[in-house]
Design a protein around this ligand. Structure first.
Ligand code: ADP
Ligand code: MN
Ligand code: MN
Ligand code: MN
Length: 411
């Protein structure tokens, strides 16, 4: 049963009076943002900070009720927030901040959904290689009824073809949101590098990057928060579901472009080929890291149709969009540059994705613990073991599972 409403919106002209108050204040309000128990959705809460922080380290740790976010039980519900990156707040403006946070349980261990902890360690090991990422975030807009924004209420729009990079009212919907999000990201200090309308009407993309190391995950997460927050003002819902409409409609991915300094220099093509060879051997493992369900979400999207390659087979090619890894034509021509991993789903955890790429391509690790195709119980156990105590990090980084190579970890 749908409750029919035109919009979720309140009257923004009334709200504007109060937003004006905020703009003239010198106080610093910090909005802490974190990934919740789904491993996908974001939560936030705000607090007034007494002195404006010079760096993120000066921001206080905080906590929240993890029993309300799927991150703790009621009896032991405190989850801790550790600020890790801060941005200018494009909503409150003035001295206000958006703060990306990691989550820790009350014994000081990174929460199972805190993939940033591991990612940051991996990135520091690979720092001298100067790894750059650029992620292409595809997303779909839904109206108040939960249907794709701009689609007819009964039936479907005309088949795909005219919508990708389209212009005009029959081709693209809600560009206002896209433009507002773009400006808000620039204001915040996010390296948003472009945007385009997608193949399915109501679907859009923006790109963030190139970002070095851990910044990729931080910036992409905050850009997603800003997107949901902007869309909230317009009464539109953003979904990052990788296949929102089954059938002959494109799904949504989060293509991840990658290079190291060596790949960007003359003759870097050899290093690109070497990295792709390693990714081929670790295909199933990587699928395990490329959506929050260990590959289950991507099953609906990576069908081998609609500009994707099959989830079950690895492939690579120059300029092809029906492959797992695409080498841009320019990279082939220059014999240097970057490559594109087309497998990550739109709702992927960017820390899990970029961490896995570095471990396989740069650190030559062959025993990543996740693996697509393993039983769900095994998957949960592995996730638990990834909770590493920061106090005993030296010993804890290698979990038991990672020692006992999983069936596809050594392929
Ligand atoms: P596509 O042709 O696949 O649609 P896009 O233009 O949407 O490509 O996205 C390309 C992404 O690659 C951007 O996020 C950009 O920042 C990133 N990028 C560009 N150069 C590099 C590089 N050398 N290393 C990593 N990422 C890069
Ligand atoms: Mn793109
Ligand atoms: Mn795209
Ligand atoms: Mn792409």
């Amino acid at each position: 049963m749908h409750i029919h409403r035109d919009t979720f919106k309140t009257d923004k002209s009334i709200a504007e009076r109060y937003y004006q108050l905020g703009k003239n204040l010198s106080d610093c309000v910090a909005t802490y943002v974190w990934i919740d128990g789904t491993g996908e959705h974001l939560r936030c809460k705000s607090r007034t900070i007494s002195t404006y922080p010079k760096s993120v380290e000066e921001l206080p740790e905080w906590n929240f009720d993890g029993s309300s976010t799927g991150q703790a039980t009621g009896a032991n519900s405190d989850v801790f927030l550790k600020p890790v990156a801060m941005y200018r707040d494009p909503f409150r403006m003035g001295n206000c901040l958006l703060v990306m946070c990691e989550t820790y349980d009350n014994t000081g261990r990174p929460h199972a959904t805190n993939h940033r902890y591991k990612c940051a360690k991996v990135m520091s090991k690979a720092k001298t290689l100067k790894p750059w990422f650029g992620m292409e975030q595809e997303y779909t807009m839904l109206d108040a009824d939960g249907q794709v924004f701009g689609w007819p209420k009964h039936g479907f729009p005309g088949p795909q073809g005219p919508y990708y990079c389209g212009v005009g009212p029959q081709k693209v919907f809600a560009r206002d949101i896209v433009e507002a999000h773009y400006s808000a990201c620039l204001y915040a200090g996010i390296q948003i590098s472009g945007t385009n309308a997608e193949t399915m009407p109501g679907q859009w993309e923006y790109q963030v990057g190139p970002c070095e190391g851990i910044e990729m995950g931080d910036q992409l997460c905050m850009s997603r928060f800003i997107l949901h927050r902007v869309a909230e003002d317009f009464g539109v819902t953003i979904t990052l579901d990788p296949k929102p409409i089954p059938g002959d409609w494109n799904g949504a991915g989060c293509h991840t472009n990658f290079s190291t300094e060596e790949m960007r220099q003359d003759g870097g093509y050899k290093a690109i080929e070497a990295a792709i060879a390693r990714l081929e051997k670790a295909h199933q493992t990587h699928i395990g890291y490329y959506d929050p369900q260990g590959g289950r979400d991507n099953e609906r999207r990576l069908t081998g149709q609609h500009e994707t390659a099959s989830i079950n087979e690895f492939s690579a090619g120059v300029a092809s969009r029906a492959v797992s890894i695409r080498i841009p034509a320019q990279t082939f021509k220059d014999q240097k540059g970057y490559f594109e991993d087309r497998r990550p789903s739109s709702n992927c955890d960017p820390y899990a994705v970029t961490g896995a790429i570095i471990r396989t391509c740069c650190l030559n690790e062959r025993r990543l613990s996740r693996c697509y195709g393993s039983s769900s119980e095994e998957f949960i156990e592995v996730t638990k073991e990834l909770s590493i105590s920061p106090k005993t990090e030296a010993t804890a980084v290698t979990s038991k599972h990672e020692d006992n190579a999983s069936s596809c970890g050594t392929q």
